[in-house]
Design a protein around this ligand. Structure first.
Ligand code: NAD
Length: 355
């Protein structure tokens, strides 16, 4: 067996349904937290206030200001509230944007975090934080950033619109795909990643057919946890690099960009990652993983081109430049002509190719 290093991220996970009425209060008692602050986006404020009502007798505040890409000015505003309210625990109710805000506050205060995810992005399971200041997004990793507790309550995902469920789920699959061929890949994470892909690719079509299918939603949420765990444990490669560059330079929507790029990034790496391909194909039940991921997105009505996300064609040069400027490790060598081919196919929405 190839030698490996595996570092587990410590976390307490509660998974189920109808958890919120009791589980959050119990978790707060367990860590002796008396003044929690619930963080949400403006869109999910009413969910946050409902959650606060379950905490009878607890001095709870709600900060409904979380925004995409974790702007530092939002974090500083939230920190003022944290100080004023003498907050002793952060409760993030939402997707990656809200969990990002809790992480940014925890990085600066070391406050305990309870993450309650409502999308499949997987940020709750990682010690990674991306923050934006003056239009520049930077990423860092630290033990302080990792949430201590995750409450996965499938009921909260029922309201996630099918279109967002699909792209969020494929965003999660991307973590597992790159985890399987990561420079730090190891047998434990490969098991987790393969199972994550299996759970999500089987759950997503059923969610689109019936968004209230709790069993399918549970599968997807379980898969999201596994894929997030993969992202938190091993480094990523060209797919994440390209999505980071596209999101930062052209403000493209996060999960939709991942959905468009993934089949093309996997096709780019395919000749160099045979073991990962075999595992992905086994998980999906297919013989051509890049094409299967492209067809999955297309059949579920997700975007398949950068063009439809609003990316200008002449912007592709900028992405090539950014990719070469600060290079990631990647199993296939970075070659300008192949990279341009990948980006052009992704921009047009063509099926993934290998040249
Ligand atoms: P998001 O958190 O931005 O949510 C998108 C929208 O959906 C928001 O308006 C939100 O309020 C709404 N929403 C969320 N859950 C809902 C639900 N169940 N029902 C109805 N509406 C709901 O989206 P996201 O894709 O989860 O997160 C994207 C952000 O997370 C990006 O900034 C990305 O960089 C970050 N991220 C970070 C990591 C990490 O490990 N650091 C991992 C993945 C994503």
């Amino acid at each position: 067996m190839t030698p490996f290093v595996y570092t587990a991220n410590p976390v307490r996970v509660l998974f189920g349904s109808d958890l919120l009425k009791t589980a959050l209060a119990e978790e707060l008692t367990r860590i002796d937290a008396k003044k929690p602050m619930i963080l949400t986006t403006p869109e999910q404020e009413s969910d946050g206030r409902k959650l606060a009502q379950y905490l009878r007798g607890v001095e709870c505040s709600v900060f409904p200001g979380a925004r995409m890409h974790t702007p530092v000015d939002t974090t500083l505003r939230a920190m003022d509230e944290v100080g004023r309210r003498e907050t002793d625990c952060l409760v993030a109710l939402g997707g990656g944007s809200t969990i990002g805000l809790a992480k940014a506050i925890a990085l600066r205060t070391d406050l305990h975090q309870i993450a309650i995810p409502t999308t499949y992005a997987g940020s709750e399971a990682t010690p990674i934080l991306g923050e934006t200041e003056n239009g520049v997004k930077t990423t860092q990793s630290s033990a302080r950033i990792l949430p201590e507790v995750i409450l996965y309550d499938v009921d909260l995902t029922l309201s996630l619109p099918p279109a967002l469920s699909v792209t969020s789920g494929i965003n999660a699959i991307a973590h597992a795909v790159e985890g399987l061929y990561s420079q730090q890949s190891n047998p434990i994470i490969s098991l987790i990643a393969e199972e994550g892909i299996r759970a999500l690719t089987s759950g997503l079509p059923r969610i689109v057919a019936d968004p209230s299918d709790t069993e399918a939603r549970s599968n997807a949420l379980y898969g999201a946890w596994l894929c997030g765990t993969t992202l938190g444990a091993v480094g990523m490669a060209i797919h994440h690099k390209l999505c980071h560059a596209l999101g930062g330079a052209f403000d493209l929507p996060h999960s939709q960009t991942h959905t468009v790029i993934l089949p093309h990034a996997l096709a780019y790496n395919a000749p160099y990652v045979i073991d990962a391909l075999n595992r992905i194909e086994r998980a999906i039940g297919t013989e051509n993983a890049p094409l299967a991921l492209y067809n999955l997105a297309k059949s579920l009505g997700a975007p398949t081109s950068l063009k439809e996300l609003g990316m200008p064609r002449e912007g592709l040069d900028r992405i090539v430049e950014l990719t070469f400027k600060k290079q990631y490790w990647n199993p296939a060598p970075l070659e300008e002509a192949r990279l341009r081919g990948l980006l052009l196919r992704a921009w047009e929405g063509a099926p993934p190719g290998t040249d």
